[in-house]
Design a protein around this ligand. Structure first.
Ligand SMILES: Cc1cc2nc3c(=O)[nH]c(=O)nc-3n(C[C@H](O)[C@H](O)[C@H](O)COP(=O)(O)OP(=O)(O)OC[C@H]3O[C@@H](n4cnc5c(N)ncnc54)[C@H](O)[C@@H]3O)c2cc1C
Ligand SMILES: Cc1ncc(C[n+]2csc(CCOP(=O)(O)OP(=O)(O)O)c2C)c(N)n1
Ligand SMILES: [Mg+2]
Length: 592
């Protein structure tokens, strides 16, 4: 490890030029957060972090948001990170504060989100003695973090925080936990400034791709008869959207996004075939199966994307895979041309080589490929009963929302379940970082805190949370935080009275045995919203959907909870059943 101290960061006590300032660990933490340009911090106090809270009290550059549950602190910071690209920061106390935060940390880890989570710990001398509110934070979080630290000496604190931020945002991003015992936050040392840079000998993420491999990839792409570009969350995480779009424009190839990549390529562009995978479109999945050259960009061949691997392997195709994490490559699917590197750097080089090359894609083959694709697309696999005037179709709510906000500066968060899939299918995301949801862990409860975190950072933007009556109850207490910090969001609850995604699986895979998926007792959400100081709306008829959304949207400064009573029997289609290949899709209830 090499460190450079910032000359300007050498803080001196006033009146004693040159001599370092005496600071408590808690104050060093605040200085570090300031040096990292942290503007918001979501947290919840407790004994082990009281010195830290005291230090926060004495400063005014970082806004602390007091959530109502530590899980929501981590989700809110995570949502903020997803929307802005900055590192999200959360602060919790020891013991139950940490265990409550675990779901949030695991959620961020599975989707590679840059975060630093500061956790309080019992004093160093008490560690291991079953002290009050002690838990082994490093042990508990080890499998769900990119890295974690227990700071045993206040002299290591500044450097540890520097490492934590560096690790969180570099390479494949991820959450980093910094566990700070109470005595470390209390102890004073002469503080000589925050390190300006850091380099870790055993950690050197590769950014630049191998030139030879990139050339090989280009040759394959230009010789392809049925090429396909499959992109994922890595394009958003690596801020490579302009490069991806330029490449697709030059090549004219069809493109698909994973659930995590929506917005990386404009959904309204003709070259976009929709999301692929378990609930992807027929055309996106068929193209995945039938292509002869596949360019995977920042996507990790998730099991929800490739379906049954044996079926996926039936068709021969050459696979090029760009990913910053070598362990993502050939993990589930064997890759022919691996390119380890940052997606933006690699695409920039690929584009430069393409521009220099006199060769262009085979126009005839490409036209034939597009004809095949248009044949699949003409099946209109996302059709649903649009004219139904008796009951609200959930897809209709999302379509209406999209029509209303398509040109607006809007963010859409979601929870987990059927409503999440309908939002992904029917809201056409044209811009990056506008679709914020939990893909890898699939955590119910994220939607409301995500929206809250985003609204704080983007007060001028419209923020919608598409949720289900099941999911929203998992972090419903945050309605109180929304009031306190004046973060007016619009909650669109697609209330089907069921844990709908579970009910759908029980209908299709368990012969209709609906074991514990119906919620017999639900709160009156309108009154609940009102009790929290917000506006509640109940919408029961299809003709009221649009006026209700308009009314809610006009209430710019209020949080509005919209309880849409939707068709309880509606299922998400297309669907690939467990164990099936990605082209073996159910397109509607007639296929059941
Ligand atoms: C109910 C439910 C249903 C779902 N159904 C579907 C579905 O139908 N279709 C679907 O697609 N998903 C679905 N998912 C989500 C799925 O579980 C996975 O989360 C998702 O497919 C993973 O997306 P990804 O491959 O883009 O990977 P991410 O998890 O976004 O990973 C990003 C990849 O990019 C790499 N990367 C990061 N930064 C960079 C960089 N700078 N340069 C290069 N590489 C980088 C990482 O190493 C990683 O390999 C569903 C989830 C739920 C909860
Ligand atoms: C914390 C958590 N527990 C359980 C699950 C499993 N699960 C996935 S979807 C779902 C149902 C969600 O119900 P609801 O929020 O009402 O959404 P709907 O599917 O009805 O749209 C459940 C229980 C989960 N993803 N997360
Ligand atoms: Mg439901």
């Amino acid at each position: 490890m090499e460190i450079k101290q910032s000359a300007s960061g050498l803080a001196s006590s006033p009146g004693t030029p040159g001599s370092p300032e005496e600071l408590m660990g808690a104050e060093i933490l605040v200085r570090a957060l300031q040096a990292e340009n942290v503007r918001y911090l979501w947290g919840y106090p407790g004994g082990a972090v009281l010195y830290i809270y005291d230090a926060l009290y004495k400063q005014d550059t970082i806004q602390h948001v007091l959530v109502r549950h530590e899980q929501a602190a981590v989700h809110a910071a995570d949502g903020y990170a997803r929307a802005t690209g900055d590192v999200g920061v959360a602060l919790v106390t020891s013991g139950p504060g940490v265990t409550n935060a675990v779901t949030g940390i695991a959620t961020a880890f599975m989707d590679s989100i840059p975060m630093v989570i500061i956790t309080g710990q019992v004093p160093t001398a008490a560690i291991g003695l079953d002290a009050f509110q002690e838990c082994d934070t490093v042990g508990i979080t080890r499998p769900i973090v990119k890295h974690n630290f227990l700071v045993k000496d206040v002299r290591d604190l500044a450097l540890t925080l520097k490492k934590a931020f560096y690790l969180a945002r570099s390479g494949r991003p991820g959450p980093v936990v910094v566990d700070i015992p109470k005595d470390v936050s209390f102890k004073k040392i002469a503080y000589s400034g925050y390190p300006e840079s850091v380099s870790l000998r055993s950690y050197n993420p590769v950014r630049k791709g191998h030139g030879g491999q990139i050339r090989k990839a280009l040759q394959l792409l230009l010789a392809a008869k049925r090429p396909y570009i499959y992109t994922g969350g890595g394009v958003l995480l690596g801020n490579a959207v302009p490069e991806l779009r330029a490449l697709c424009e030059l090549l004219g190839f069809p493109v698909t996004n994973t659930l995590m990549g929506l917005g990386a390529y404009p959904a309204t562009d003709r070259k976009f075939l929709g999301m692929l995978g378990m609930h992807g479109t027929l055309e996106a999945n068929n193209a995945m199966q039938s292509c002869d050259v596949l360019l995977a960009v920042g996507a990790r061949f998730d099991d929800r994307v490739i379906g049954n691997p044996k079926h996926f392997a039936q068709n021969e195709r050459k696979i090029i895979h760009i990913d910053i994490d070598p362990s993502s490559i050939s993990k589930r699917v064997k890759v022919d041309v691996p390119i380890v590197g940052d997606v933006r750097e690699v695409l920039t080089e690929l584009l430069a080589m393409l521009q220099e090359s006199p060769v262009r894609p085979d126009g005839r083959a490409l036209a034939a490929w597009w004809e095949t694709i248009e044949g699949w697309r003409s099946r209109d696999c996302l059709k649903y009963e649009r004219g139904n005037s008796d009951v609200i179709k959930p897809q209709y709510v999302i379509e209406t929302l999209w029509n209303m906000t398509r040109d607006a500066d809007a963010y859409v968060t979601s929870d987990v379940g059927q409503h999440q899939m309908w939002a992904a299918q029917f809201y056409k995301f044209d811009r990056p970082r506008r679709w914020i949801n939990s893909g890898g862990l699939g955590t119910m409860g994220v939607g409301l805190p995500y929206a809250m975190g985003i609204k704080l950072a983007r007060p001028e933007s419209e923020v919608y949370c598409v949720t289900g009556e099941g999911s929203v109850q998992m972090c419903i207490q945050e309605l109180s935080t929304c009031l306190q910090y004046e973060t007016p969001i619009k909650i669109i609850s697609l209330n089907n009275r069921y844990l709908g995604m579970v009910r759908q699986w029980q209908e299709i895979e368990y012969s209709g045995r609906y074991s514990h998926s119906y919620m017999d007792a639900l709160p009156n959400f309108v009154k609940l919203a009102e009790a929290y100081g917000h506006v509640g709306m109940l919408i029961e008829r299809p003709q009221d959907v649009e006026p209700a959304l308009r009314e809610a949207r006009a209430l710019k400064d209020r949080t509005v909870f919209m309880d849409f009573r939707t068709d309880p029997t509606e299922n998400v289609f297309p669907m690939v059943k467990a164990g099936m290949g990605i082209t073996e899709m159910l397109l509607g209830s007639e296929d059941l």
